[in-house]
Design a protein around this ligand. Structure first.
Ligand SMILES: [Zn+2]
Length: 336
């Protein structure tokens, strides 16, 4: 079985985006606000939105199930206030739940959290709990920078975040560290802000004792871990200079990387540097890069091909990457 641990509902019916635009308009003029539960999307619309996209690609690429969450760039935590984020997260998560109900063999849910800049993360606990207990979701996406590129929150290792971590541990769900849209023009959302977010989170973890306080807390750093595998020697050296334990001991019981890296040499490097026990298969389709690589004739984000073509790992390690590690990290995952 092949589990893609990182997919977003980027092809949701346009009513969802219309709803969001009304919500944003309502921030200036409350008369325009769409209210809380006024999203008219039919089951057929949901089916259509997936049949020609994610489901088609699952079949073509030979993957089985996608751990599925709302569109990450659309989370837009910097827009409005905590209530704005709450209503928007509820709408997005409910739609993911409907997808998972319609296609329980193909999708399992992960939630968006109603984060808002400057608001304590415990405000996310009710929505996390609702999604896990009522919807059967198995994880959450945690934005380390709800300001959208200005990095105004304390680092992920600060006690600021601890109440949410306590709930994650209690519910036994991991978080994928995932920023949203950049509203700082210095950053391109998927090209630099995402990769910065990944790299920054890893460095925050490296300098802290977070995992002494939370030995069972688990994070997935997506997009292949940002710059981390490529600069693994730098991070090992920094840890050593700081008299920190070796990275394996310090972080690798709690921190995992996905395989959203869109070329063969990148995947080969990831698989060589990071232990196979810490890598989860993912493609982030349909997402950041949608085209076909003229050098290979295949979609950039068809990441299964790169893992299949890798010659350094054996079948046992690849099985861990495709399935075993997802079952370990997402311990609520019970797919087939
Ligand atoms: Zn993503």
């Amino acid at each position: 079985m092949i589990v893609d641990c990182h997919g977003h509902y980027t092809t949701a019916p346009r009513e969802l985006e219309d709803h969001r635009q009304k919500q944003i308009a309502g921030l200036k003029d409350p008369k325009l606000s769409p209210g809380k539960a006024n999203l008219n999307i039919s089951d057929d619309q949901i089916r259509d939105s997936l049949e020609s996209a994610q489901l088609k690609l699952q079949r073509e690429r030979g993957t089985d199930i996608t751990i599925f969450s709302p569109r990450a760039s659309g989370m837009g935590h910097h827009i409005g206030d905590a209530q704005t984020s709450e209503h928007w997260s509820e709408a997005c998560n409910e739609l993911i739940h409907r997808v998972c109900m319609l296609y329980p063999q193909n999708f399992v849910g992960v939630c968006q959290l109603p984060q808002s800049p400057g608001v304590r993360p415990q405000n996310c606990i009710p929505e996390l709990e609702r999604c896990v207990k009522e919807y059967g979701f198995i994880g959450c996406n945690l934005n380390p920078d709800p300001s959208g590129g200005h990095w105004s929150e304390p680092p992920l290792t600060d006690r600021w975040w601890y109440p949410l971590y306590e709930k994650m541990v209690e519910l036994d769900v991991p978080a994928m560290v995932h920023v949203s849209m950049a509203c700082n023009p210095c950053f391109h959302t998927t090209g630099s802000h995402y990769i910065n977010g990944d790299t920054t989170a890893f460095m925050q973890f490296l300098t802290s004792d977070l995992f002494k306080d939370f030995p069972t807390l688990k994070f997935i750093i997506p997009h292949g871990g940002g710059a981390v595998p490529y600069h693994w020697g730098r991070y090992r050296g920094i840890a050593q200079d700081m008299k920190r334990p070796p990275l394996k001991e310090l972080l690798l019981n709690n921190v995992y990387f996905d395989t959203c890296v869109y070329h063969q040499p990148g995947i080969d490097l990831l698989l060589k540097v990071i232990p196979a026990d810490n890598i989860l298969f993912a493609s982030e389709m349909v997402g950041a890069v949608r085209g076909i690589d003229p050098q290979t004739g295949h979609y950039y984000d068809d990441t299964k091909r790169y893992i299949d073509a890798n010659t350094s790992l054996g079948a046992g390690d690849k099985q861990k990457i495709f399935e075993g590690n997802a079952r370990k990290v997402f311990s609520r995952f019970k797919g087939r």
